[in-house]
Design a protein around this ligand. Structure first.
Ligand code: ADP
Ligand code: ZN
Length: 730
């Protein structure tokens, strides 16, 4: 008789993935009358809490007695997560060694989205009814509501420019009838035929190839095109194809590349703005986009890396713009690279993926060279404009006088540009006024008490700021160490200090600092970007924020204040990063009209990165980089994982790191380095040590790490062990 009970038992049990760091889903009883399927989003008890999870399987283990289980509390009225997304979550968890529930958490990013929005009262035009008497105000209301869509009373009044009493009068006469409607309507669908561009023959060839990929399963295409070559125009054609096929598309961009300008370009091409997804959107919008994506009603999302984890119901295309950008790497909690995970999601869903960059990552270049990715080259700017002329200013012989940061050669180039009413951009990847402040009298340096980092003076805010933990303090008049008054000196330049120098040199120029930390937040930044675009500034001083994604049509000259910054790091990826950043930022010059110039101030003008930039022999640079990586067994030729061990006390943290290191399984294929103090030895009061595991590509490094972690002593007393697969810093 035991077996007769089984079907019954099966139906009443579900395994539920809960959003906490446990290795497996938990089993729950399905309450009578409730219906769940794999992917259903449910509310369940967990210890003394309630959490939102997702049903992973509906027949987990028939041997479990359902009566002993806790019961699912509520089944949310939201579309279930589809198969493809659930497989993606499991895959990401397996790859990053994060708990699957922590990956699920990145999917369930809007509580509000889990239930339908409650309907609100509205009004709808009754088409065969006319008012007894027509007035201009009434005529405006009728024209506004002529399409027969429902409106809220106040929304209709505001849009038609009448008082609500006009609306009430029409409703009394039966010209409008009461209905229930959703308060936040969905965005209008983008139209692939709205405003197609005139592509150049080269661009058209690439666009055609991208369109053909829709019939070829999970193909990855790398668009390798110089700045201004029309990569965006071209991948928009792939987006149009997704729309024509009734499929959804997601465009991932580095968060700060998500500018007003980009959204406007989308609107110009498709008639409506795309749905946005990033850290700044309101909870209401977030809920609307999440639900719209899950139901299939939102067709195109432009977003930061987290948009990759949206529950698309019929995803047809993934684009990763500026694919080389380090902003796609997330390092906290689940550490993943959205570019790589995009390729995986595309593969699981058998849909095309497009990666675009003017300076592709070495990883993507190698994948293209090995035939794993298609590679499409756009060698010329779409406008026909020439690429900027680049030159190095040797700071050893042509540098400025002491205490100044802009060499005479750069000053005269700015002067010429200004005289010809062109814009100049001075690039320095350092926020604030000066990277280091010290006391002239005793040499005291201002350091963050919680991080191994100097405090940075931000003169505009009148504060000393730690760029790692955000700690802020007032700039003291007296040195806290020796008490000397007014003895603080700023060492080295930040953007604010360069701006001060520029203002002294060019009192008539309109000078603007663009830096992510300025007062006013992202809105002000968007306004200022637009101001520059429209010619409202002559000289712009900016951090890496200006290097990315933005088109400034009047920009003629780009001066790099410190081209060596970034090369000094002990990080083997420093050369690649610096090359990418300098190519991107100098690529801002002369994008539309040509005739752009780039001047790079450097103390080591013979460095291979600068040589490669100047000779515009990009290929030589990639060849050398790829060879160096191959020789050292570094990614993409080898696999790499960092174990970051942190804790409140230095000695205990180091001891724990050693204990973890001691139990590393012996394996000839895997090399373990460290433990060593991390590059930033302390952040937010936590000391950090790192171990590095290296292995050839064919080794299952994740499997090795999983085994290792079962042997590692438990992390107690505030100690933490985090695994970072393919770390940014080696
Ligand atoms: P990228 O993404 O490669 O930097 P964009 O797509 O931003 O290049 O294009 C650079 C500029 O050239 C934009 O202003 C874009 O509108 C323009 N552009 C691109 N392709 C064409 C084309 N075929 N005809 C005219 N203008 C174009
Ligand atoms: Zn700090």
């Amino acid at each position: 008789m035991l077996f007769d009970d089984l079907p019954e038992a099966r139906e009443t049990i579900a395994s539920v993935l809960v959003p906490v760091a446990v290795p497996e889903p938990y089993t729950y009883r399905v309450p009578a009358g409730a219906h769940v399927v794999p992917g259903s989003i449910v509310r369940v008890p967990l210890g003394t809490r309630e959490v939102t999870g997702a049903v992973w399987d509906t027949q987990p283990d028939a041997a479990i007695n359902p009566r002993k289980l806790k019961e699912i509390l509520h089944v949310h009225d939201a579309p279930p997560l589809n198969d493809e997304l659930r497989r993606f979550i499991d895959w990401v968890a397996g790859w990053t060694l994060a708990a699957p529930g922590m990956v699920l958490r990145m999917v369930l990013r809007s509580e509000e989205a889990l239930e339908p929005e409650p309907p609100v009262p509205g009004l709808q035009r009754v088409l065969d009814r006319s008012p007894d008497r027509m007035t201009p105000a009434r005529a405006r209301v009728l024209a506004t509501a002529a399409d027969g869509l429902a409106w809220t009373r106040s929304g209709l009044a505001a849009t038609a420019g009448v008082s609500t009493s006009v609306i009430d009068g029409l409703a009394e006469q039966g010209v409008f009838e009461p209905v229930f409607m959703t308060a936040t309507p969905l965005p209008l669908p983008p139209d692939p035929a709205f405003n197609p561009p005139q592509l150049t023959p080269t661009q058209a060839g690439v666009a055609e190839a991208l369109v053909a990929n829709f019939d070829r399963g999970g193909v990855v295409a790398l668009i390798d095109g110089v700045t201004g070559s029309g990569k965006t125009e071209v991948y928009f054609e792939a987006v149009a194809e997704a729309l024509r096929r009734g499929r959804q598309a997601v465009i991932l961009v580095p968060e700060i590349g998500l500018t007003e300008q980009f959204l406007r370009r989308f609107e110009t091409r498709f008639g409506v703005p795309p749905a946005e997804w990033h850290s700044e959107i309101t909870p209401k919008k977030r809920a609307r986009v999440w639900r719209g994506v899950a139901s299939g009603e939102v067709q195109v999302v432009v977003g930061a890396r987290s948009a990759l984890f949206l529950p698309f119901s019929r995803l047809g295309l993934i684009v990763v713009d500026e694919e080389h950008d380090t902003a796609f790497k997330q390092d906290d909690r689940v550490s993943y690279n959205a570019r790589d995970m995009a390729v995986v999601r595309g593969h699981l869903a058998r849909i095309p993926v497009v990666l675009a960059s003017a300076t592709p990552s070495v990883e993507s270049r190698v994948n293209a060279d090995l035939g794993r990715y298609q590679r499409h080259v756009l060698p010329e700017r779409a406008s026909g404009a020439s690429l900027p002329d680049l030159a190095v200013i040797d700071m050893r012989t042509e540098g400025p006088e002491r205490g100044r940061w802009i060499a005479p050669g750069l000053v005269s180039a700015i002067r010429e540009t200004f005289a010809q009413k062109g814009q100049s951009l001075l690039f320095l990847n350092r926020r604030g006024y000066a990277p280091l402040t010290l006391c002239r009298s005793c040499g005291h340096r201002f350091q963050c008490s919680q991080c191994s980092a100097w405090l940075v003076e931000h003169r505009m805010k009148g504060k000393l700021v730690c760029h790692h933990c955000g700690h802020t303090e007032a700039i003291p008049r007296a040195c806290p160490a020796c008490g000397t008054q007014d003895a603080l000196v700023a060492c080295g330049p930040g953007v604010e200090r360069v701006a001060e120098e520029v203002e002294g040199l060019f009192p008539d120029a309109r000078v603007l600092v663009l830096s992510s930390d300025l007062l006013g937040g992202p809105d002000r930044l968007r306004r200022e970007m637009k101001l520059v675009e429209e010619g409202g500034a002559d000289i712009v001083i900016g951090t890496q924020l200006v290097a990315k994604g933005h088109n400034f049509p009047l920009m003629k000259l780009v001066g790099v204040i410190d081209a060596d910054l970034g090369l000094a790091h002990g990080d083997p990826r420093a050369a690649e990063r610096t090359f990418q950043l300098l190519a991107q930022v100098t690529g801002r010059a002369g994008r539309i009209t040509g005739g752009g110039r780039g001047l790079l101030q450097s103390y080591s003008p013979d460095h291979p990165v600068l040589k490669a930039l100047l000779s515009s022999d990009r290929e030589a640079f990639y060849r050398a980089e790829i060879e160096a990586r191959r020789a050292a067994g570094l990614p993409p030729f080898g696999r790499l994982a960092a174990l970051v061990i942190s804790g409140p006390e230095k000695a205990a943290t180091e001891a724990y790191a050693r204990a973890v290191s001691r139990v590393a399984p012996a394996d000839r294929a895997v090399t373990i380095l460290g433990p060593a103090e991390a590059a930033l030895a302390m952040v937010r009061g936590r000391h950090r040590y790192r171990l590095l595991a290296m292995a050839p590509r064919q080794v299952d490094l994740q499997g090795y790490l999983r085994h290792w972690m079962t042997l590692a002593p438990p992390a107690r007393g505030g100690l933490k062990l985090q695994i970072d697969i393919d770390p940014q810093q080696f």
